[in-house]
Every structure is written in C-alpha cells, then in structure tokens.
Design a protein around this ligand. Structure first.
Ligand code: PEP
Length: 240
C-alpha cells in the first residue's frame, strides 16, 4: 500500500457556525485527488462531519472518560463524527507543556476509539540553528508515536515550529532531509513504516503547495491559516 495523500486543515481556535459556508464552497470547488480533512474547533465537529467531509479533532485526553473539566475524550470525538485527531501540535506542546509520553498516551486512546492520529513533530528555530533538527525529530518520533501505530491508524506531520503562521518555510532540501529521516525511522520500527502518510505543515499556501508536494516522501500537508477560506484551501487540495 502506498502512503495515502492527505490535505488536512487545522482551523485551530477559529470558526463559528457561519464558517460552515467555507465547507460548502470547498466541497463545490475542490476536485480532490486525495483525502481532504478538516479539523475545526470541537464546537463544529458534528456540523462539519454532517457535510460529508472527513473531520478531525485538535486534541483528545488520554483517558476514556472522567473528571477532566474542559477536556474531550477520543470516543467523544468519534461520537461527534470525527475520523481523525491532531495530537502533539506545537501549540499544545508549548501552551499546555505536553510531553512526548503524553502524546503517545493520547495516540493510544485515539487508536482505541477508532480514530486516526495525526501526530505532529517539529523543531524550534533555536534547535534548527544549533544543528539539532534531526535529533529532535528522531526523539519526538520515538517518544510520541506509540508501538500500536500503523500506517492505517497514524499520520505524521512535520511542522517546524518557526514556520507555523510565519510565512516562512524551510528550503526544499530541508523538508526533504527531515521527511527522508522520518521515513527511515518509521521503517526501522514498524513493518509498514514505508506506508505511513507524512505531511508537511508550516505556511503552506496556494503559491508554494505544488513545489512542496513534489518533494520526496511528502504525502500531503497540514494547513493552518490557509485552510480557513475555501478559496485558499481548494487550490492546495488541487495541487496534491
Ligand atoms: C499549523 O498550525 O498546523 C500550521 C501549519 O499553520 P500555518 O499553515 O498557518 O502555518
């Protein structure tokens, strides 16, 4: 099985019911040669899923239920219509001090609930400048991806922290280097490591998507800002 191509939109803490019009427009505009996923805020998961587009959460708790005010369980995401969940996004690693071990535990919970985990890894600018990128990515993969991961239940997104929302992107060679490393590490550890979908994320726009998608082992994108408007996201989907 070759890695599936995936264009995933992360709406973060943006969007209200009025934003559903963007889904309608996306469904009308995009002619996907790939899987298209929208990860809206939890308040919109049910409504987005009802449009018939693949829908994901942006986080889940590692526990199945219980006294965790404000958190959401993987099974609740599934119940609302989600098929995927983003885990370990750098904003969660930073804002909520999430560790690799916590992300791995959340991934297990996601898998047990029947969700596909989109596990994010990525170096900070300081780490890149100090030459630590490949070590950081290797460590995050080792720590965040659980042993029960398979190509069918897990997608990996490489998102350099310094490229998220900044308009800056790594060079093609830098993206290629990290994606080749991720493929190698996954293949060393998992029998189907060659089949995991590997996404690039960080300032993907209509103008740079095709070039990024042409890089070896880039099987799609995790898109933040440019996924909020169908007029921006549809051409990215079309480029994959
Ligand atoms: C993200 O937050 O996952 C992301 C990639 O954001 P942006 O596309 O806005 O850089």
């Amino acid at each position: 099985m070759a890695p599936r191509k995936l264009a995933a939109g992360n709406w973060k803490m943006n969007g209200t019911l009025a934003s559903l019009a963007q889904i309608d427009q996306l469904l009308a505009d995009a002619v996907p040669g790939c899987d298209v996923l929208i990860c809206p805020p939890a308040t919109l998961i049910h409504a987005v899923a009802a449009k018939g587009i693949a829908t994901g959460g942006q986080d889940c708790h590692a526990n199945a239920s219980g006294a965790h005010t404000g958190d959401i369980a993987a099974a609740q995401l599934k119940d609302a219509g989600a098929s995927h969940v983003i885990l370990g996004h750098s904003e969660r690693r930073t804002d909520h001090a999430e560790t690799d071990a916590q992300i791995a535990a959340k991934s297990v919970a996601a898998h047990e609930a029947g969700l596909i985990a989109v596990i994010c890894v990525g170096e900070t600018e300081t780490q890149r400048d100090s030459g630590a990128t490949l070590d950081v990515i290797s460590a995050q993969l080792a720590g965040s991806v659980p042993d029960c991961a398979t190509a069918a239940n897990t997608v990996i997104a490489y998102e350099p922290v310094w490229a998220i929302g900044t308009g800056r992107t790594p060079t093609d060679a830098q993206i290629a280097e990290v994606h080749a490393l991720m493929r190698e590490r996954l293949s060393e550890r998992f029998a189907d490591g060659a089949d995991f979908s590997l996404l690039y994320g960080g300032s993907v726009k209509p103008g740079n998507a095709a070039e990024i998608f042409a890089i070896a082992h880039v099987n799609g994108a995790l898109v933040g800002g440019a996924s909020l408007k169908a007029a921006d996201f549809a051409p990215i989907v079309a480029a994959l």
